[in-house]
Write a protein that binds this ligand. Sequence first.
Ligand SMILES: NC(=O)c1ccc[n+]([C@@H]2O[C@H](COP(=O)([O-])OP(=O)(O)OC[C@H]3O[C@@H](n4cnc5c(N)ncnc54)[C@H](OP(=O)(O)O)[C@@H]3O)[C@@H](O)[C@H]2O)c1
Length: 245
Amino acid sequence: MSNTLEGKTVLVTGASSGIGQATALALSKAGARVAIGARRADRLKDLAQDAPGEILALDLDVTDRQSVQDAVTATVDHFGTLDALVNNAGVMLSGMILNADTTEWTRMVDTNLLGSMYTVHAALPHLLESKGAVVQISSTSGRTASAGGGVYAATKFGITAFAEALRQEVTTQGVRVIVVEPGMVSTELATHITDPAMQTMAKNYAESMRTLQADDIAAAVLYALSQPEHVAVNEILIRPTDQAR
Ligand SMILES: NC(=O)c1ccc[n+]([C@@H]2O[C@H](COP(=O)([O-])OP(=O)(O)OC[C@H]3O[C@@H](n4cnc5c(N)ncnc54)[C@H](OP(=O)(O)O)[C@@H]3O)[C@@H](O)[C@H]2O)c1
């Protein structure tokens, strides 16, 4: 992948809100052809209307291996190639371990970890062909775990481990792997927390600082994807200035 995004094909998962939506829009503004995947088709339709460039909206549930394979196939069928994958879809259902609803653990592992692994699995043959790039949206929780965030952090630590193995397997074949680790970003992510105490804690934490905006992360993704071919930006950690840990 060369250092201009003009005409490049990028698949963004979880593009219906937050970081994925902002990244898809920024990529489109930079001249990329963008396939956008998520479960909320209405949101994708709105994004397709707002984006200046060519957009392919795809029904995608990353927990479903067939849906992931179908989305990658549809992208390559439509655009003829795949130059980059932004593996962004994720859920954060924070809660203490004691008495946890373990179906929420399953959802997080299925979406954040297995979902992003399925997407790499389906996209990799095409990325090897295009000498493309994979952007894995991890988190500061992929570096430091904290009470109430054990399972979410486990999925993000897992993403980092998988990305490093992937990097070693493909970098000399020209495929670049980039892990992006945002701190607190103002999005819908925390609104899905079901535990009322955790929900309040997340809200208070966000209100205690000037959070990042989704556009700040989109800019980092564009920076990494716009480097010359011999430059691999492997990791980007971005916290709000006000976030101490
Ligand atoms: N916000 C933060 O502070 C923060 C910090 C660090 C890392 N992150 C990471 O950034 C990524 C994006 O999160 P966000 O903050 O932008 O939150 P968000 O606004 O809630 O976006 C999450 C996206 O993931 C999609 N998604 C969830 N489950 C999915 C599934 N099964 N299949 C396909 N798409 C699915 C959602 O789309 P549908 O519901 O329409 O399917 C949505 O587009 C996540 O991986 C998150 O862990 C966020």
